[in-house]
Write a protein that binds this ligand. Structure first.
Ligand code: NAP
Length: 328
């Protein structure tokens, strides 16, 4: 089988390529890359991987004999408001157009996000039937990308996955919080947000899910939520980091909502000055203010997919990896 992947140089893509390297039924992996030098640094030994320079808006010809297409490219944070819609939805059009002409294509897996479905209510993890209610520019653009892809569902075998927050090696977002926690500071935005509940999935499990669904003979257009069977209190994430760094007396600071807006405004200004999008900004604030981001995993489990990792078991080795790389 020949696989084509977008977003291979990103956090999740790096894990997926590594899994595809080990998957015997996949003989060739073509990676669309904007920066071949970054790809060389990220993807290590090339094995069955081939690089195809280009980007979503300047899409080169896709190999005619592509069997599996994994679309991961997109932005999770952006400087300009319009970039979310542009890179998570509009730039999907050329890819969908070309993919729908591929005669061998067995599956187009679109990696969307739980953000496209929106937050959940306490005690009620969100399932695939819930009416989408994205609360941020990112979430709305991911939903818009889903709708765009769904409009091609009759022309290509589409499966949409909605992972919750993903953790693992190469992620640059969780370490922002981990760095603060290492210094003993647990900063939360609204009263009680340490009580925030989240679903999580490791990048390795997400990659396994992507491959699992690529091989399932599903009706085109099906959507699946993912996540570890247990949801976590944000507090548990904080405590795990404190334990690792032997922080015995953490300082917990909870900013009331108006101060949260102030901090996000300040972060957005700093973001503009640095010219680099950050995970904490006015764009991302609506996501951080939600008490619950939990998703149901039962529909995926019915197809035989279960996660193998659990955050409490993986977090210590993950933190050690960050420390070793000098990221923490
Ligand atoms: N990380 C999470 O917690 C999470 C949770 C739920 C869903 N997701 C989804 O999972 C996917 C991967 O996320 P990630 O965390 O791996 O993101 P990431 O680390 O930011 O990687 C994004 C990837 O997309 C590529 N890309 C961006 N714009 C592109 C364009 N116009 N043309 C070609 N390539 C482009 C980037 O290329 P460069 O390397 O050249 O920049 C990079 O390879 C995204 O669709 C995201 O929405 C992520």
């Amino acid at each position: 089988m020949k696989a084509f992947i977008t977003g291979s140089t990103g956090f999740v893509g790096t894990h997926l390529v590594s899994l595809l390297q080990r998957e015997p039924s996949v003989k060739k992996v073509i990676c669309l890359v904007r920066s071949p030098s970054k790809a060389r640094e990220r993807l290590g030994s090339f094995g069955k991987v081939e690089l195809l320079p280009g980007d979503l808006e300047h899409l080169p010809e896709l190999p005619e004999d592509t069997d599996l297409l994994f679309h991961l490219a997109g932005v999770t944070k952006a400087l300009a408001r319009d970039d979310y819609e542009r890179f998570n939805s509009l730039s999907l059009i050329p890819l969908l157009e070309r993919a729908s002409t591929l005669r061998n294509l067995k599956r187009f897996v679109l990696v969307s996000s739980l953000a496209a479905a929106g937050p959940s209510q306490p005690g009620r993890p969100l399932d695939e039937e819930a009416f989408p209610n994205p609360v941020s520019l990112y979430g709305r653009s991911k939903r818009s990308g889903e709708l765009r892809a769904l409009s091609y569902a009759e022309h290509l075998p589409l499966t949409i996955l909605r992972p919750p927050s993903v953790y693992g090696e190469w992620d640059t977002d969780f370490p922002v919080t981990f760095r603060m926690l290492k210094r003993g500071l647990a900063l939360n935005l609204v009263y009680g947000s340490s009580e925030r509940r989240v679903s999580l999935i490791s990048a390795d499990d997400l990659s396994r899910a992507i491959l699992h669904f690529a091989f399932l003979p599903l009706r085109s257009g099906e959507i699946f939520h993912l996540g570890e069977p247990r949801e976590y209190l944000w507090n548990e994430v904080e405590e795990a980091v404190f334990r690792f760094f032997h922080v015995n007396r953490p300082f917990r600071l909870t900013l009331p909502k108006p101060l949260g807006y102030g901090a996000a405004l300040f972060a957005s200004l700093a973001e503009r000055l640095s010219g680099q999008a950050k995970i904490f900004s006015l764009h991302k604030l609506p996501e951080l203010l939600q008490p619950c981001w939990t998703s149901s995993w039962q529909k995926a489990a019915k197809t035989g997919f279960l996660t193998r990792d659990s955050f409490p078991e993986r977090v210590q080795t993950l933190l050690a990896w960050y420390v070793q790389r000098g990221w923490l």
